[in-house]
Design a protein around this ligand. Structure first.
Ligand SMILES: Nc1ncnc2c1ncn2[C@@H]1O[C@H](COP(=O)(O)OP(=O)(O)OP(=O)(O)O)[C@@H](O)[C@H]1O
Ligand SMILES: [Mg+2]
Length: 265
C-alpha cells in the first residue's frame, strides 16, 4: 500500500518544507510558469538530488535538445555527464509531432513505451517530463490532447512507481495555471514559479498552489538562481515588497538604484 508519509526531496530544502516535507513518493507533480522562469532548473535540481542519493533518474526533454539542457546545467556548475556514464542518469529526448497526436490521439503507449525502453530494467525512482505542454503543440483537438495527457500520467503512475515532476509553460501574462487546464487536476501538487517586474528588475517568486494530503505553506517567496545551488528560496514576497517600499520614494525616483538583493530565510 502507498505510504503518504514517504517523502522525496525536491532538491530545494525550503520548498520541501513548503510542501509539508517534499513530494509524496510515487505521485506526479506539476511545476508551472512562464518561459524563462526556472522550471527546467528546478527539474534538474530534483534529478540531481536523486542522483546524489544514488537513485536512478530519467529526464525526458520534450522538444528541446538534451545537449542544450545539459550545457545549461553546466553553466550552473552541475555535472550530469558523470552520472550518465555510470548509467544512473538517463536523459531522453522525445519529439512529438502534432500529426502523431491526431493520428494516435488516444494511444499514449508509444510515449510511455519509449520511456520504459530507455529505463532498460534499471530501478528508476524519479522522472521528469519537461515540458508536457509541448506534447500537444500544434494539435487542434484539445479533447484528444487531454485524454493523451491523462493516459500518460495514469500509466506512468501505475506502471513505473516513480515520483514524477512535469513542467508546463503558461502564456506570458496569463492567469491560468496550465496550458490544458488538466495538468493541474491530474497532479498531486502544483508549484507555481513567477517573474514579477519591480523597479525595472525581475523578481522571481515561488509558491505552492496545491498539495494533496499535506499541510502546506502557501506563502509566496522570493527566489534567486545561484551558480552551484540552483533555486534558492529567500524571504516572503510581501516582506520583500515592504522592505523595498520602506525605502521610500527615493528608490522609485531613482531607477538606477536597484532594490537590495532579497534575504535568504
Ligand atoms: N548559470 C546561471 N546563473 C544564473 N541564472 C541562470 C543561469 N542559467 C540560467 N539562469 C536563469 O534561468 C533562466 C532560465 O531558466 P529555465 O531554463 O529553467 O526556465 P524555464 O522556465 O524552463 O523556461 P522555458 O519555459 O523557456 O523552458 C534564465 O532566464 C536565466 O535567468
Ligand atoms: Mg524549460
Amino acid at each position: 500500500m502507498e505510504v503518504l508519509s514517504e517523502r522525496v526531496s525536491t532538491g530545494v530544502p525550503r520548498l520541501d518544507t513548503m510542501l509539508g516535507g517534499g513530494f509524496i513518493r510515487g505521485r506526479t507533480y506539476l511545476v508551472t510558469g512562464e518561459t524563462g522562469v526556472g522550471k527546467t532548473i528546478l527539474s534538474l535540481q530534483f534529478i540531481l538530488n536523486g542522483l546524489q542519493l544514488g537513485e536512478y533518474c530519467v529526464y525526458v526533454s520534450i522538444d528541446e535538445r538534451i545537449e542544450g539542457v545539459l550545457r545549461g546545467a553546466e553553466s550552473l556548475g552541475w555535472d550530469f555527464w558523470s552520472y550518465m556514464q555510470t548509467g544512473q542518469f538517463i536523459p531522453l529526448e522525445l519529439r512529438i509531432y502534432s500529426s502523431d497526436i491526431r493520428k494516435y490521439g488516444k494511444d499514449s503507449r508509444a510515449f510511455v513505451d519509449a520511456i520504459y525502453r530507455a529505463m532498460r530494467g534499471r530501478p528508476v525512482t524519479r522522472l521528469v517530463l519537461d515540458p508536457v505542454s509541448a506534447l500537444a503543440q500544434g494539435a487542434k483537438d484539445e479533447f484528444f490532447v487531454r485524454e493523451y495527457l491523462r493516459e500518460i500520467i495514469t500509466t506512468i503512475e501505475e506502471k513505473f512507481r516513480v515520483t514524477t515532476l512535469m513542467t508546463t509553460d503558461i502564456p506570458t501574462g496569463s492567469n491560468t495555471l496550465s496550458r490544458f487546464a488538466l495538468e493541474e487536476f491530474l497532479a498531486s501538487g502544483v508549484v507555481v514559479l513567477k517573474v514579477n517586474k519591480l523597479l525595472g528588475r525581475l523578481v522571481r517568486t515561488i509558491y505552492v498552489r496545491k498539495m494533496r494530503w499535506s499541510s502546506m505553506d502557501s506563502t509566496e517567496y522570493v527566489f534567486t538562481i545561484e551558480p552551484g545551488r540552483g533555486i534558492v528560496i529567500r524571504e516572503p514576497y510581501e516582506v520583500y515588497l515592504n522592505r523595498v517600499a520602506s525605502k521610500g520614494p527615493k528608490l522609485v525616483d531613482d531607477p538606477s538604484k536597484q532594490a537590495k538583493e532579497p534575504d535568504e530565510t
